[in-house]
Design a protein around this ligand. Structure first.
Ligand code: URA
Length: 263
């Protein structure tokens, strides 16, 4: 069920305030009867007309965005640019991010108008895998790597679910995922770390987790006394960050990719 004004705005009939006026003026019918109530709930099988024309909802869409640092995972924000602002040229006002990445985290983020898909991918029961390139200031010992995989207490009710962690280098990761090394280093700079940490003095890992707790990766590293200097989500639900997407760029998922996440 969806509000009538939202349905019309999503179908690009007008802005939310324009469609409210149209509804109030009696221009809109629901299943043959005039409806002047903007907040009326309609279901997807209802036949809606506006000024005599049948309104067809916009098709579902899923975009892969390479989220840059400095942008918040929200639809609107009074202060910061949002991930949805980055897709402005698509002209859709029905889209939202599937989950969140921190403001300083980069990497793959799906943006959609499909509430059911989002719900499914974020469901704690589905245990969707997310892989992060984690750049930190402290190396993990073999025992710490083992514990990280086994599950640790990061201050929640439960220990973390089993994860996978492997060592890499910043250079290897940047080549594999086409991450601009300049972005990584400028992020160190922004967080005032460059004087302490250069690309040679940092330690890089791939960490795959199947939960989505608040600041989970940062808290897992800080459990062992380390600090995340740079975080990039390189895989989500079996999708790899597209090497051709620079930070801030996006594209629609392919049919193959759509099948993969529908799983
Ligand atoms: N874990 C974090 O700490 N931050 C993110 O953005 C994502 C996962």
């Amino acid at each position: 069920m969806i509000r009538l004004d939202r349905f019309l705005a999503n179908a690009n009939v007008g802005t939310r305030s324009q469609v409210k006026k149209l509804i109030k003026s009696g221009a809109v019918t629901v299943d043959g009867s005039v409806c002047t109530n903007s907040s009326a709930k309609i279901d997807e099988n209802s036949c809606i007309t506006c000024q005599g024309k049948i309104i067809v909802p916009l098709a579902n869409c899923v975009y892969m965005l390479n989220k840059p640092a400095g942008v918040v995972s929200a639809t609107t924000d009074g202060v910061d640019k949002t991930v949805v602002d980055l897709l402005k040229k698509e002209g859709r006002d029905d889209i939202f991010p599937i989950g969140r990445l921190d403001k300083d985290t980069e990497g793959i983020l799906l943006i959609t108008n499909d509430g059911a898909l989002s719900h499914n991918l974020l469901s704690p029961r589905r245990h969707v895998d997310k892989t992060y390139l984690c750049v930190t200031n402290k190396p993990l010992t073999d025992e710490e790597l083992r514990l990280m995989e086994e599950g640790i207490d990061i201050g929640d009710d439960k220990i973390t679910r089993p994860s996978k962690i492997s060592k890499t280098t910043l250079e290897e990761a940047c080549n594999t995922y086409n991450i601009a090394m300049g972005n990584v280093v400028s992020l160190f700079e922004r967080i005032d770390k460059l004087s302490d940490y250069t690309a040679d003095l940092v330690y890089s890992y791939y960490l795959t987790i199947s939960e989505g707790r608040y600041h989970q990766v940062k808290r897992m590293f800080s459990h062992f006394g380390g600090e995340i200097l740079y975080l990039n989500r390189v895989e989500f639900a079996g999708l790899r960050l597209d090497k051709d997407l620079g930070a801030g760029e996006f594209r629609l998922l392919t049919d193959e990719e759509m099948k993969l996440i529908a799983g």
